[in-house]
Design a binder for this molecule. Structure first.
Ligand code: ZN
Length: 523
């Protein structure tokens, strides 16, 4: 037996125990908001990091990586996964601690802030509510400006954090933190930036036509000329979502049991999600996390989703999305080693979740999900899906370019950079009074979920490739059928993390990740 195999026999049970405990604490925290659970999770999380930072083990792993006698592909893949997990924990412990302290303080500042709006202190949700519903353009503008007040407080904290993260990356041999994060996720920086550049050019015409439609609708909704539409005309602070038709579409789910409809939908693909729903937490409650996620607690079948289901298309999409992550985890091949019972990257599991979520806007799927008596809304939903895709892709281009530039030169005029990118990709004109402000710092992910956004768009691209692989180019394909289910299980889910995400994509659909299927679907 190779010494690496013997090492795995001892090490994996320790890792599995710690990993499962962290997840259990997370679940209690997210479903109750309990302070004890928060303390427990951060304690267990620190222990997990210690387990993955042992210098002697890291040296052994690196030596085994050079050993030509280690040939078995599953062993080599496990070694690769462990090397990347250990590498990021090799920096100086005091620097790692400083980073997590700064992140905790930033998260607190973010949560505690209340903006001034119209003489009142308001929460972020209250501002978002105004942007969703208010028809008066000057009130909208005021609300949008309020949403940017937090930037002044967050920006210096984020900049200090960016510099620590860069210091960490440089100490591990990378040029900056952006580079490091991508490398540890098996993503090449130049490939990514060039891909998005070409993608933005090839989808620009389609985006322009959608933008014209949106600007016309918004200018008549608010009674202002097109040139007076600003970033405050969108239904949220960043112009990342389709501002049209949102409430109208909720007619689709009137009288529909969203959870039951989703269950039946997966049933038609030969995927039984009952055990997942039995472990899930589906309805709103005091103290509970207000978002949605899927968690595979032990990587041995204890899969749960958290939702806050309301009667809206958004929640139909979300339940389908989270169950998409869940079935991916449910159908890992039983013979996979524990360490490889996970997707190789967020891209592939997001692709499944996004593909499932899209069905909440697709004619053939909607007829199954909500019945066929709502034809008028079903047609509107298909159009809105195309707008949503085009708008969101532009937002990801902004975020990705901005983060790349932020980490390569944090001392530049970041607000000017931010608006240059917003104007270039989203074509939303910068208001005249934004010089010297900190608008870039108001997006949560910049400070607290760094170098993450790009995966969503890569996931959308792969989702379209999967859609094309199961349906051919036929637009009116019935997605929910046993053949789709078999394809996904056999070609995608069952393989777990037995290969890199890019090899897995080629294995599943026969070509490397690209945006052609996405373009033919949405442009
Ligand atoms: Zn997701």
């Amino acid at each position: 037996m190779h010494p690496f195999e013997r090492f795995l026999q001892n090490f994996i049970p320790l890792l599995e125990k710690k990993f499962t405990d962290v997840n259990k604490a997370s679940w209690i925290l997210e479903t109750t908001g309990s302070q004890d659970a928060a303390d427990l999770r951060s304690h267990l999380d620190a222990e997990l990091k210690i387990l993955l930072s042992d210098v002697k083990i890291y040296r052994d792993l690196m030596a085994w990586d050079q050993d030509p006698s280690l040939k078995d592909p599953l062993l080599k893949r496990q070694l690769n996964v462990l090397l990347r997990s250990f590498k990021q924990n090799q920096a100086s412990p005091s620097l790692l601690e400083e980073i997590s302290k700064k992140e905790a303080t930033l998260a607190q500042s973010y949560a505690a802030f209340r903006a001034d709006f119209n003489g009142k202190k308001v929460s972020e949700n209250e501002i978002r509510d105004v942007l969703k519903k208010e028809k008066d353009a000057s009130l909208r503008k005021m609300a949008w400006e309020s949403s940017k007040q937090i930037g002044e407080i967050l920006a210096p904290q984020i900049l200090a954090l960016v510099k620590c993260r860069n210091q960490l990356a440089i100490s591990l041999g990378y040029s900056d933190f952006f580079q490091m994060q991508l490398d540890l996720q098996e993503v090449d920086r130049n490939w990514l930036l060039q891909l998005f550049d070409a993608f933005s050019k090839d989808s620009e015409k389609a985006f322009d036509s959608v933008l014209r439609e949106i600007e016309e609708a918004l200018s008549s909704r608010y009674g202002v000329s097109k040139k007076d539409l600003g970033p405050w005309s969108y239904s949220e602070p960043f112009g990342q979502e389709d501002p049209l038709d949102n409430e109208d579409l909720d007619h689709l789910v009137q009288g529909v049991d969203i959870v039951k409809a989703s269950y039946l939908f997966y049933q038609q693909m030969g995927m039984d999600v009952q055990s997942i729903l039995d472990h899930s937490d589906m309805l709103e409650r005091e103290g509970k996390c207000q978002h949605a996620f899927c968690i595979h607690v032990d990587k041995r079948g204890d899969i749960r989703t958290l939702n806050n289901v309301k009667s809206s298309v958004k929640w139909l999409e979300t339940v389908l999305h989270e169950l998409g992550h869940a079935v991916y985890e449910l159908y890992f091949d039983d013979s996979l080693p524990w360490l490889l019972r996970e997707p190789p990257h967020m891209i592939t599991t997001e692709a499944m979740a996004l593909l499932a979520g899209r069905q909440a806007y697709r004619k053939n799927s909607l007829e199954k999900l909500v019945g066929n008596s709502k034809q008028k809304w079903i047609d509107i939903a298909e159009k809105s899906l195309r707008r949503r895709q085009l708008i969101f892709s532009r937002w990801v281009f902004v975020m990705t370019s901005f983060e790349s530039e932020l980490y390569s030169n944090p001392d530049q005029d970041l607000n000017a950079l931010w608006w240059r990118l917003v104007e270039k990709y989203q074509k939303i004109k910068a208001p005249s009074n934004r010089q010297g402000k900190w608008d870039w710092a108001t997006k949560y992910h910049i400070g607290l979920a760094p170098v993450y956004y790009f995966s969503y768009l890569l996931g959308e691209m792969f989702a379209s490739m999967l859609q094309e692989a199961v349906s051919g180019k036929g637009k009116h394909f019935e997605f929910a059928n046993p053949k789709t289910g078999q394809f996904l299980k056999r070609k995608l889910f069952s393989l777990g993390n037995s290969m890199s995400w890019s090899s897995l994509i080629e294995h599943a659909v026969g070509s490397p990740l690209n945006y052609h299927a996405w373009l033919s679907e949405f442009s």
